[in-house]
Structures are given as structure tokens and as C-alpha cells.
Design a protein around this ligand. Structure first.
Ligand code: GCO
Ligand code: MG
Length: 402
């Protein structure tokens, strides 16, 4: 089998997506998500300029060799652009291998370890009562785990609070919008949100919360302690983790579980965290962490420290990424949970897929490959629109982490 074409499809059915389609001389093709929110064109160009020409004529069965070629052969290793581009190729090659073998990818990874993939949905509201109601709607729909984010009094445009309840999308057309952040206001407010949710729905639902890299380690330690009485499933990205050791301090002070890693792009970003058991869930997923081949290595290293998976699954990751992540989730012995934000109807039309939500779980189905496709004709109707993620400043104007 030979690769005869590599297409990069950029489209915007509700938001921007970059998709790679690798075609073979046997008529089988594979798909991979290459979307990096706000930097879509950089990845598209990287693939077109530096990857596509190297793939033509290669045997797509040699996934490992192609991965090593693209990683070692780049000389400039790692980084989100390179690793997203490699991830997309890797995912498309696994898709081809699955289709050729007539098996879903999880069968090739070692078979399924469970019947379905536990997912969490995103509830958000402008204030505590609205967020409590939003959590209730997810529970009514059968979700067993819900992430809750609320507006904070006095702060405009807080992370996680959407225009529509289900289709939260932080990237806005044009240049980055500026948002405000106040750590004291947040630390005072956040425990009250979870107190209200537990008082309304009791102890059973799994509750999650995303801090989105805003705190210092000692602040995160304090928040984790105040969350303990509400038994969170996790607190996510408490600190930016360029400094992996910074999580040690949080661990010494709180038993609130920690999830981290959606912005990591290789095993080297979490090596210390995983070896030293500094988190409980690793958030990396297929598209930003070097594909199925590399994510599997991260997951195996995590398993040595009883760290479980919690793959990123926001709407800026296309259904192609979600389908691939579900293949990993079905296999991973140390699976924890999968994030699941419902895509817009336009996105779902462009990316038909077989996974389905049932009673709190996603069921990936048994189609060969990863189980997602692209309608290229329809994709053409949604041209790329430049959009950026917001930035954040403290109330005195200092630049902060968004
Ligand atoms: C999450 C993430 C997202 C990111 C987004 C950035 O936990 O789902 O934090 O909301 O902000 O994916 O592109
Ligand atoms: Mg997050």
C-alpha cells in the first residue's frame, strides 16, 4: 500500500477546523484532526510545506517509522504546531490501518477494556443559580459527571461562560478580546458555587471544575482544601505547568484530585508530573500530543503512578479527534473520564461520526478505523474565519494567564 495524496482541509462549520486526509493507492483513506485553536493556519502550512511532500510514496502501514521520521527528522522537536501536525498524520495512519484490517482502532490497540466511555458535560451560567440549573439539565439528560463554571460577581467574561449554554466557544473573530481576572474574588467565590450544587443535587453526581491556569501553587493549595468538603472529581489546570514541580506544593496540602495537561504536547511536558505522581488525571489527547502513537506512551507512563486519563474534548477539537480519543479510551487500562462538549449541528454535519451518547457514556461503535468521516463538499461551504482566543489581565492591568 502506498500514500498517493495528503489533503489539508480547512473549514469553519461553526468554528475553525483543520483536517488531514491521507489517500492510498488501494482507495482507503484516513483522517486526522489538526486543529490548534487560534493557530489553525500555522499547522495547515506546516503540514503542506514540510510533511505532505515527505509522505507521498510511503507505506502507510509503517506508522511507527513515519512517526519517528516526522519527530526526529524535524530536528526542531516538540512544540504545539509540530506535534499537532504529527498527531494528525498519525491518527490518519491508524484510521487507514483499521480500515485495512476491518477493525476499529481500539481492537488494534489491544481490544476494549470497558463497555462505554464515561464522559462529563459542561454546565455554565452567569451566576450561581443559573449554573446550578444548568448542572440539573445535564443530570436530567443522563450525565453522571458535570463540569461547573460560573460567572464571578464584578468580573466580566470569565473563562467557561458561554453565549449559548451548550456551545461555549472561547475563540472570537478577529484579534484577542481582553478579559479581567481577580484571584481574590475567585477564591472567595468558587467554594460557594460547589456548596450550592451539592446542596441541590446531593453527593452522587461527579463534579468537575476548570481553574484554567489562573492560580499560583499556594493559592491552588488553598482552593483545593476548601473544595475538599464538596468532593470534586477533579480541579483542572490549577497552575500553568511550565514548571512541573510546582504541583508538589499543591499535593502536600490537599486531597482534591488534580487534572492537568490539555496544553502539553509531548511526554516531556509531563514526565516529572507522571513519575512523581503529581496529578491524578492526565488531560492530553490525540490531536495535541503527537497522535495515538505518542499519547499511548503518555498513558502507559501515567499508569505506573496510578494516574488515569481525562482526555481534553472541547469543541475546538473536531469530531475526528473525539472519535480517535474514544478508541484510546476504550482500550486504556487506566482510563478515567472523557470530556465531551457537544458540537454544533453544522460541525456534526460536516464530520459524520458513529459515536453516540447513552446514559452518561459515549459508545464509539465498531466501524473499522477511528469511526469518523468528513463531508468535503459541505466543508467547502464554510470557509476559514480568523479567530483568536482571549487574553486576561488582572484588575490593575497586569497581563495574566487566560
Ligand atoms: C477545556 C479547555 C477548553 C480550552 C480550549 C482552548 O477544559 O475544555 O480548557 O475550554 O480553553 O480548548 O482552545
Ligand atoms: Mg481545561
Amino acid at each position: 500500500m502506498k500514500i498517493i495524496a495528503v489533503k489539508v482541509i480547512v473549514c469553519s462549520p461553526g468554528r475553525n477546523f483543520v483536517t488531514i486526509k491521507i489517500e492510498t493507492d488501494e482507495g482507503i483513506y484516513g483522517l486526522g484532526d489538526a486543529t490548534l485553536n487560534g493557530r489553525e493556519k500555522s499547522v495547515a502550512t506546516y503540514i503542506e510545506e514540510h510533511i505532505s511532500p515527505c509522505l507521498i510514496g510511503r507505506n502507510p502501514s509503517n506508522i511507527e517509522d513515519i512517526w519517528q521520521y516526522l519527530y526526529r527528522g524535524a530536528y526542531w522537536r516538540r512544540g504545539p504546531i509540530t506535534m499537532t501536525a504529527i498527531a494528525a498524520v498519525d491518527c490518519a495512519l491508524w484510521d487507514i490501518k483499521g480500515k485495512k484490517a476491518n477493525m476499529p482502532v481500539h481492537e488494534l490497540l489491544g481490544g476494549s477494556s470497558r463497555n462505554g466511555v464515561l464522559v462529563y458535560g459542561h454546565a455554565n451560567g452567569q451566576d450561581i443559580p443559573a449554573t446550578v440549573d444548568a448542572v440539573g439539565r445535564y443530570l436530567d439528560e443522563g450525565y453522571l459527571a458535570v463540569r461547573a463554571q460560573s460567572g464571578i460577581p464584578g468580573l466580566e467574561k470569565v473563562y467557561g461562560i458561554g453565549r449559548g449554554e451548550k456551545f461555549y466557544e472561547p475563540a472570537e473573530t478577529g484579534l484577542p478580546i481582553e478579559t479581567l481576572w481577580s484571584t481574590p474574588a475567585y477564591l472567595d467565590f468558587a467554594p460557594k458555587l460547589f456548596e450550592a450544587i451539592r446542596n441541590t443535587y446531593g453527593s452522587k453526581p461527579h463534579l468537575l471544575h476548570d481553574i484554567h491556569h489562573r492560580l499560583t501553587p499556594i493559592e491552588a493549595a488553598r482552593l483545593g482544601k476548601s473544595f475538599e468538603q464538596f468532593n470534586l472529581f477533579w480541579m483542572e489546570d490549577p497552575v500553568p505547568a511550565e514548571n512541573q514541580e510546582s504541583l508538589k506544593l499543591i499535593r502536600q496540602h490537599t486531597t482534591t484530585p488534580i487534572a492537568i495537561g490539555e496544553v502539553f504536547n509531548s511526554i516531556w511536558d509531563c514526565e516529572i508530573i507522571l513519575r512523581e505522581q503529581l496529578c491524578d488525571y492526565i488531560r492530553s489527547t490525540v490531536v495535541h500530543a503527537g497522535g495515538i502513537t505518542h499519547l499511548r506512551r503518555i498513558i502507559d507512563l501515567a499508569s505506573l503512578s496510578q494516574i488515569r486519563t481525562g482526555c481534553h474534548g472541547a469543541t475546538d477539537l473536531s469530531p475526528v479527534c473525539m472519535a480517535a480519543a474514544l478508541q484510546i479510551d476504550m482500550w486504556a487500562p487506566n482510563f478515567g473520564i472523557q470530556e465531551y462538549m457537544v458540537h454544533s449541528p453544522e460541525t456534526n454535519d460536516v464530520f459524520p461520526h458513529q459515536y453516540k451518547f447513552e446514559k452518561g457514556y459515549l459508545i464509539p461503535g465498531n466501524e473499522p478505523g477511528i469511526g469518523a468521516d468528513i463531508n468535503e463538499k459541505l466543508a467547502k461551504k464554510y470557509p476559514y474565519k480568523p479567530a483568536s482566543l482571549p487574553v486576561a489581565r488582572l484588575t490593575d492591568g497586569t497581563m495574566w494567564n487566560w
